[in-house]
Design a protein around this ligand. Structure first.
Ligand SMILES: C[S@@+](CC[C@H](N)C(=O)[O-])C[C@H]1O[C@@H](n2cnc3c(N)ncnc32)[C@H](O)[C@@H]1O
Length: 359
């Protein structure tokens, strides 16, 4: 057996096969970055030798590489959970016979909330196989497997009636990152509207808004840029710094805001699609300073009146999206800053059009 083994070709360890070969296969898959396949290979070994330490460690390493660590912090975000729970109860009470589709099951939390609220039929899909398998286990242990079925698939590959018995009347989804669009919510909901939902389905979230603010913060800038240090010019290393945003908590870094928050994009998930958009913004600085970054966040309406956000100042697990400028810009109140904000359906990015102003 070698690492060129087609994915899924081996589904059991048969007599006469060497466990050592399987361990090597698992390690090869891991080194190729095929973490889900590696986890499956180690799982096969554990099926015949549950205490095999190398397989246990191998599987855990592979899972650590493929399953994002934010799942746990997200699950502990009580504000997020309470707002979703409230919105789900309201939506299920309004249409208790609706088939519920949860896109992006994760642990199965939202699907179980729907079942607990009284939904009789819930289908939760999850694109990552090891997560889907684990969600099914969580749902079974919690005793909701009569109402909740887990489909191990990306929603965009689901079919009706293959994976869903019929089109769903309620969509519940939380596939957003700190910048709102990074997990593909626009395209995913557009696809669901076309292929998986009834024409009058309730869509949760219903709306989203991205809000940005100009920020002075040397410590945030240092998270993505380097200059002269220890007698060396390390600036060429900045060719590896990110041009796009990263997540960080604004209030945990020394900073000054240099403008009021401004709305950048608004989405109605009943109509929005993933086509790229671009908008020009003129932002008037409220103070003179050195603009190192644009901080942005979202407000997401789950149902009218129930809004979840990751605005600065509270400890949402999402944190804020921070896009650092390669070169800080001096700003002053009498000189508006011209920005272009664009997204490609998944990533929001800003360009600063203003020339540098020397204060
Ligand atoms: C942010 S987590 C949310 C998990 C869970 N719904 C919750 O709220 O606790 C999003 C999950 O959705 C999955 N996912 C993202 N897009 C998906 C899609 N289009 N179809 C199926 N799963 C998807 C990811 O693999 C991830 O596990």
């Amino acid at each position: 057996m070698n690492s060129a083994q087609p994915q899924g070709a081996v589904t059991e360890i048969r007599d006469g096969m060497e466990l050592g070969e399987f361990l090597r296969w698992g390690r090869d898959l891991h080194h190729q970055g095929r973490y889900e396949d590696a986890a499956r290979a180690f799982e096969l070994i554990l099926g015949v030798d549950a205490d095999n330490q190398e397989a246990l460690i191998g599987r855990n390493r592979a899972v650590r590489c493929s399953v994002p660590r934010w799942h746990w912090e997200m699950l502990h975000d009580e504000e997020r959970a309470e707002l979703y729970d409230r919105a789900i109860r309201q939506a299920v009470a309004a249409a208790p016979d609706s088939l519920v589709l949860d896109i992006g099951a994760g642990s199965g939390l939202l699907a179980m909330m729907a079942a607990r609220a009284g939904a009789r039929e819930v289908v939760a899909c999850e694109g990552q196989a090891s997560v889907a398998e684990t969600a099914a286990r969580v749902v079974r242990v919690a005793g909701y497997d009569d109402a909740v079925g887990v489909v191990s698939k990306m929603s965009t590959r689901m079919t009706v009636p293959g994976d869903l018995p019929r089109r769903a009347g309620l969509l519940v989804t939380e596939i957003v990152d700190c910048g709102l669009l990074g997990e593909g919510i626009l395209g995913t909901i557009a696809h669901a509207r076309e292929h998986l939902l009834t024409p009058d389905a309730t869509i949760m979230p219903s709306r989203g808004r991205i809000i940005a603010q100009l920020v002075e913060s040397e410590p945030l800038h240092r998270k993505n840029h380097v200059g002269k240090l220890y007698g060396f010019d390390l600036a060429p290393f900045n060719r590896l710094s990110t041009l796009e945003y990263f997540d960080s908590r604004l209030h945990r870094h020394e900073h000054r805001t240099l403008s009021e928050p401004v709305t950048v994009f608004e989405f109605d998930f009943y109509t929005a699609d993933a086509r790229p958009q671009r908008t020009e913004l003129t932002v008037r600085p409220t103070a003179a300073g050195k603009m190192h970054a644009i901080a942005f966040w979202f407000e997401m309406e789950l149902l009218p009146g129930i809004v979840v956000d990751n605005a600065p100042g509270h400890d949402s697990h999402w944190k804020q999206a921070i896009q650092c400028l390669p070169v800080p810009l001096h700003v002053q109140p009498d000189l508006p800053v011209s920005l272009v904000a664009a997204h490609d359906g998944e990533c929001v990015r800003f360009e600063v059009e203003s020339e540098e102003v020397v204060a």
